[in-house]
Design a protein around this ligand. Structure first.
Ligand code: BGC
Length: 269
């Protein structure tokens, strides 16, 4: 059994680091041409480094700067991708940020920034992707589906998270966005799913793993007793985007080392 994304074009948002970079590499190694999206000038070098790893390994792609919370930039990213590569087959809606604050101290800017990237960004990219899937129609030389969207959500789609109300709200909403799109476009053979990562070792949660004490307390929340790696998410993303997953749509898959079994109940309750 081989996971193949040959002849397919994938847009991976927030691919210059963390989970997005892991997914970009996995999709490229399965044969997809990958658009390594990054949000700003500052992340250009990182995005280029991800692309270099991809091309050094024999894969294909480009880097593309676009802030997914901005409608005009998202529309242009999809237009440019279609004019350069012909179409888009796979969208990995990954870009996400945290702006943590105690709820009563959370500013409107912290709220809007997180909702803007994590939720509105996923809406805008999904809308442009679906329009392109429908324009192209099914092409069996690429995939038996018309298009695939994978939302990168979080265990905080279901685990409430004190001090992170904006982030948890954005992730809870992604579940309804994903399921609604799966329902609305199922008959068009567009598959829409979410991956819900637990603690993955990336810059977004550095405070939770960069000292032995922090890592130890994090591991108390993970029955499988290790922190996740971007590749753990990339492996599933490649499978979910492939035709091997053709009957999977409208669901959230947790990749969390068991975090959502609520480890703290192992000795209590
Ligand atoms: C967050 C991380 C956190 C993890 C588990 C993720 O969605 O971005 O900061 O470590 O959930 O709590």
């Amino acid at each position: 059994m081989e996971i193949s994304l040959r002849n397919q074009v994938a847009v991976v948002t927030g691919a210059s680091s963390g989970i997005g970079s892991g997914i970009a590499k996995s999709l490229a190694s399965a044969g997809a041409t990958v658009i390594v999206n990054h949000s700003s000038e500052r992340s250009t070098d990182e995005a280029k480094a991800v692309l270099k790893e991809i091309t050094d390994a024999g894969g294909k792609g480009i880097t593309y700067q676009c802030d997914v919370s901005k409608e005009d930039q998202v529309i242009k990213m999809f237009q440019d991708t279609v004019s350069q590569f012909g179409t888009v087959d796979i969208l990995i809606n990954n870009a996400g940020i945290q702006k943590d604050a105690k709820f009563t101290e959370m500013t409107i800017d912290q709220w809007n920034a997180v909702i803007g990237v994590n939720l509105t960004g996923q809406f805008l990219c999904a809308r442009e992707a679906i329009k392109e899937f429908l324009r192209r129609g099914i092409d069996p030389s690429r995939s038996i589906a018309c298009g695939k969207i994978i939302h990168i959500s979080s265990v905080h789609e279901i685990i409430p998270w004190a001090g992170h109300a904006n982030y948890a709200s954005s992730k809870g909403a992604i579940r309804m966005l994903m399921q609604t799109l799966a329902q609305e476009y199922g008959a068009d053979k567009i598959r829409v799913n979410s991956i819900c990562p637990g603690a993955i070792q990336t810059p977004i949660n550095k405070d939770a793993w960069s000292t032995p004490e922090a890592l130890n307390s994090l591991l108390n929340l993970i029955p499988y007793n290790r922190i996740g790696q971007p590749q753990d998410i990339g492996n599933l993303a490649a499978f979910l985007a492939s035709d091997l997953a053709d009957y999977i749509t409208g669901t959230s898959i947790f990749v969390d080392g068991g975090m959502t079994t609520f480890e703290s109940f192992s000795t209590g309750g």
